[in-house]
Design a protein around this ligand. Sequence first.
Ligand code: HEC
Ligand code: HEC
Length: 327
Amino acid sequence: MVLAGSAATAAQPPAYRWDLPPGFPPPRVPAGNPMSEAKAVLGKRLFFDTRLSVTGQYSCASCHRPESAFTDGRARAVGATGRRLNHNAMSLVNVAYAVSFGWTNAGFDSLEAQMRRPLFNQHPVEIGLRGREAALLRELAADPAVRAGFAQAFPGSANPISLGHLIQAIACYERTLVFARSVFDRYIFDDDQSALTGAAKRGMALFFGPRLACAQCHFGLNLAGPAAIAGKPPPAPIFADTGTQGRFKVPGLRNVALTAPYMHDGRFVDLRSVLDHYEHIERDRAPGETLDPRLRTFHLAVGEKQDLIDFLESLSDLQYAGSAPLH
Ligand code: HEC
Ligand code: HEC
């Protein structure tokens, strides 16, 4: 599938080719930041670059570690200066398909817009770039490899090394983080009947069935609500109150076995605790809290909880865990 082909001129890099397996259409990409291999390579470098941070020791990857499906293993993230954030670091797995960004609806409608938050936030600091923008750009310009990377990523630009381009490159890299061949995908899209164990199949039936109805909120490509697909109008995001004191974005469940602890505040240490929560949601709800009507009341028989956990574990794409692939 070729994107960004129509506006191509001789001065632009070759059109980007998504290398996506069956079941995965290309994600929606903002017209102002078409995909390119050179931009993604530069973005990857900058995603891991600690020069962006106020302490010189922090990067996006400090909180979004590839080996933890781009989370940090903490209940709540900790910024460059050591201050604890309010929320759990979110996974960036298949974030290209997301229709909103952040746990709460903060109005970010693109990865580019979202990035201003970790870069510039001061209460508390995440990366801590505010006020140091010009100094960082000078430092990057003095690094021959980075300078060459910007020149390749933004050919024909009079001023390739800019903050806008840095943000575009990192967003381009983020969009390449597509994880598409978990055993669940092999079962669904490659018709590999033996990919899922019997227990995972039973768990899948529970997840999608009417009794638990998890898929009322966790559905689509990423079990995260509707996905943003190239050429289709952007769908509305889903937020829900699941008894955790507030309305939050329905997170995707791909690679969820790698992203503990769970929920917006990291309150649950493992998947079993999340399922216990859903099972006792009515009993445990805070006084006055209005739960989302899509939630079901249910009781799981012995063995059913483990079946569900086996299903959730089948959503891991272990082929890519531990590395940051560009494709
Ligand atoms: C200090 C830890 C930390 C750093 C550093 C950090 N993030 Fe995050 N990230 C978070 C947390 C916490 C959230 C959830 C934010 C919220 O809604 O409160 C998040 C959310 C996101 C999201 C939204 C994902 C979704 O599915 O909605 C994206 C995208 C993201 N970060 C990208 C980045 C990029 C790019 C960088 C580097 C420029 C970065 N982050 C640096 C902690 C961090
Ligand atoms: C009404 C919509 C809704 C339904 C139904 C629902 N969920 Fe969720 N789910 C959410 C929201 C919203 C969150 C995030 C809540 C928070 O951060 O406090 C979440 C979080 C999760 C998480 C933690 C993910 C993470 O990265 O932290 C898991 C696992 C999960 N749900 C599984 C399930 C299962 C299994 C079911 C069926 C029993 C289910 N969900 C039903 C909306 C829903």
